[in-house]
Design a protein around this ligand. Structure first.
Ligand SMILES: [Zn+2]
Length: 102
């Protein structure tokens, strides 16, 4: 599992952390779950709030196994949908670009 912090240049449209109000700095977490894939999600940089922890199976699957900027933005989108819509159990598959609702 690898983690790295990043700051958004433009945080408009990004949900605020329900604990501390931060919507600019996040920690990207990449967890290798298969030889050719990993799950990516983001945590709040300030307080480590992680909406994905309460929603098992909700994360970004990347077949490239990387946490590049494109994947990070998808993870941030998922953060926003989890916080604002309580969208539990959604999985975004980068390979197909389809959002799968379980
Ligand atoms: Zn926070």
């Amino acid at each position: 599992m690898t983690k790295r912090g990043f700051a958004l240049k433009n945080s408009s449209g990004v949900a605020k952390c329900p604990k501390c109000g931060n919507n600019k700095k996040f920690i990207a977490v990449c967890d290798q779950v298969a030889e050719d894939g990993c799950e990516i999600w983001v945590e709040c940089y300030s307080c480590n709030y992680n909406p994905f922890a309460e929603s098992s199976g909700s994360c970004i699957e990347s077949v490239m196994g990387s946490s590049d900027d494109c994947n990070l933005m998808m993870a941030v989108d998922e953060w926003t949908s989890l916080i604002e819509k309580g969208n539990k159990g959604s999985v975004f598959n980068i390979k197909t670009g389809r959002r799968l609702i379980k």
